[in-house]
Ligand binder design. Sequence first.
Ligand code: NAD
Length: 351
Amino acid sequence: MRFAHETLPQRVVFAPHEAARAIGDEVARLGAARIMVVAAPSSAPLTDALTDGLPVAHVHDEVVMHVPVEVAERAREAAEKCSADALVSIGGGSATGLAKAVALTTGLPIVAVPTTYAGSEATNVWGLTRGTTKTTGVDARVLPRAVVYDASLMLTLPAELAVASGLNALAHGIDAMWGPRADAIDRVLAGEAIRGLGQGLPEVKADLGRLEGAEQTLYGAYLAAVAFASAGSGLHHKICHVLGGMFDLPHAQTHAVVLPHVLALNAANAPEAERRIAEAFGSPSAIEGLAALRARVDAPSALKDYGMPEDGIAEAVEPILAAAPANNPTPVTPDNLTALLRAAWEGDVPR
Ligand code: NAD
């Protein structure tokens, strides 16, 4: 056992039904006197309720998925204009991502309040898009200083998005089993993440308004993101990153569709990961465990349903091969990658 593991410094507060109080506490801990809130217009009523009584200098609501560079620039200007000394992001990965873009150049601390299971709040990874090319990077300044998890904020997610977002979180956990820097600590965290998500997501699907399912799912999503941030992007994330950028596919749904195919490719050559994933699902094998979960939550299954053109399969092979981690358990070849993409495009069930 030989590895160097870095634990990211961050306060994590789980406070069901108490986000407003917890955000106030975290803002006070930072000693912030002029906060800029980053939240989409659709969450305006929630944002008002959660920030009532806080020293809000400005609410910035131009939130766009994958953070176009112009959008990031306008948010940075807004932060400077209102002399913000802290950022509070309220929303999914897109709102968190915009706050990170501001923190990247200004160093302002972030209090992140997630409303999806995307997990960006627990990573030091930023993403910016210029035209159709998304660039990601790692920087300590973008890691939120504090995260406030209030599972009751998840209860407004529509079923399709709750499931896709939860499976996006599951992809963090599964990819962390064999990411380029995956170590023994990541695998333990990822195993517990998969267990929590495997238990919570069917409960969310069965009753969207029940807090307990959302809590388990959120707990799993957090752990999965922590494991992923440490292990680094594995093959699954490289594939989704390329496909999302090339064909403008929805983030969470793309992850949900591709995941079983990457697991099917890697499982036979990653016995320890396979065993841990199977155990976490309480299933005889990892592939069966994921298939059973996907059936229970009615998971999205075909990339063609989300706008990927059929000739995109051939187009995507080369850029994915160029990005695939060299230490992926199963060596990636043009043939097995083409077969994987075709199956994900068609919606074939991996065996
Ligand atoms: P999102 O933030 O774009 O949200 C998707 C939709 O859900 C939006 O329309 C939003 O308004 C709505 N929504 C959010 N919360 C809701 C709620 N509680 N109730 C009802 N509707 C709600 O999507 P996402 O999947 O959360 O995030 C995707 C983005 O995050 C991508 O850009 C992705 O690259 C990024 N991401 C980054 C990291 C990282 O580590 N840097 C990790 C995961 C995701």
